[in-house]
Write a protein that binds this ligand. Structure first.
Ligand SMILES: [Zn+2]
Length: 364
């Protein structure tokens, strides 16, 4: 069967600005040029192994993404890196925002904040006809991964005015607002206030990274829109970073869509961080279809799953499936799902439609 290139992909989790500002990657460069510049660098495991940049996103028709601001507050000396104060974390996220603004000025990206902008953007990318004179900009919806940088609720309101539309209250470990991956405990009192303010503003709650206790606490208090931007199935990759079936069923009941991540550590049982290799598991993109299937079986339909790759989220091809060298390789999912009996409308839903419909409902 010939490889079907998806018409359009909406990737609901990319740390584009973090890569630009923290890892000094100019996302306008080709993948090969970024890799060449990093030869000999040893500050991060993913150096020379990036999978994301604007040219590759365009090649793969990834025309829309949820793009993060990301900065953690870590007040003590510990295993996790982070800033010594929330004010510094805020400054870091503002630097990341400044990069998105520069990319808008250059015509590379466009900020999407409401339904009219979303629909216009989709029309631009899905327009039939001959080759365009200018490649359209890549749309991005601003999100915040870990809310430690929200110093006061006034900072949340300012961020909303800057286009922030989704917030994950926590990241790894303990946070100001709750407890994240590999930690335990409910949302904090300030976390409860944050949820109320998010609900009032119509900001989407991103439940990814909430530890189990904070997850259930947050869901019991929050009545606004909920999604999981980059979360796989614990039944297929046994670590608290992924959701168990009970959590997935509750997300489905609440109308959430769950973005499938391509971080190997989240795809298989028994991956050891910094030690395991994709070869050890013969890990291929096909594995994500098992996660997709699992969610669709729990839902009884194909409407609650989408793509939230987390590619270049602090790792590179040393921690992705063997047949994924670039974000453009997401196209391979088409044939894999078709072979499992998914109809082409279902596949379009997974590539973009399910999350697009979620936003249309949310931004009505
Ligand atoms: Zn993450």
């Amino acid at each position: 069967m010939a490889l079907m290139t998806p018409k359009f992909i909406f990737d609901v989790h990319l740390d584009l600005a973090w890569n630009a500002v923290e890892f000094n990657r100019d996302q306008r460069w080709t993948q090969e040029r970024i890799r060449r510049r990093e030869l000999g660098m040893t500050d991060n495991q993913g150096r020379t192994r990036n999978t994301v940049c604007f040219p590759e996103m365009r090649r793969g028709n990834v025309g829309l993404c949820v793009a993060t601001q990301l900065a953690r507050y870590v007040p003590y000396f510990g295993r996790l890196p982070g800033f010594a104060s929330p004010e510094q974390a805020w400054a870091e996220t503002q630097g990341q925002l400044a990069w998105y603004r520069e990319m808008e000025r250059c015509g590379e990206m466009v900020s999407i904040r409401d339904r009219a902008q979303l629909d216009a953007h989709l029309q631009l990318w899905l327009a039939e006809g001959g080759p365009r004179a200018e490649p359209p900009p890549i749309g991005y919806i601003l999100s915040l991964e870990g809310a430690d940088s929200i110093v006061t609720l006034n900072h949340l309101e300012r961020s909303y005015a800057d286009g922030l539309r989704a917030v994950g209250p926590v990241h790894y470990g303990p946070g100001i607002y709750g407890h994240g991956t590999d930690d335990e405990g409910p949302m904090t009192a300030r976390g409860h206030e944050l949820l109320k303010a998010m609900e009032r503003l119509g900001i989407i709650l991103d439940v990814t990274h909430l530890c189990d206790e904070s997850f259930w606490d947050a869901l019991s208090r929050f009545n606004g829109p909920i999604w999981a931007s980059h979360s796989n199935c614990r039944a297929l990759a046994n670590w608290n970073r992924q959701f168990n079936d009970e959590q997935i069923k509750e997300l489905i009941r609440r109308g959430a869509v769950i973005g499938m991540a391509f971080d190997a550590i989240m795809m298989v049982h028994g991956w050891t961080h910094l030690r395991s290799k994709p070869q050890d598991f013969n890990l291929k993109i096909e594995k994500i279809c098992e996660h997709i299937d699992h969610i669709c079986q729990l839902a009884g339909n194909v409407r609650h799953v989408g793509i939230g790759t987390d590619l270049d989220g602090g790792y590179g091809t040393e921690q992705t499936p063997l047949d994924l060298d670039s974000i453009a390789d997401l196209a391979k999912i088409s044939d894999l799902l078709a072979a499992r009996g998914y109809r082409s409308a279902d596949i379009d839903g997974i590539f973009h439609g399910n999350f697009v419909e979620f936003l249309r409902r949310t931004w009505r």
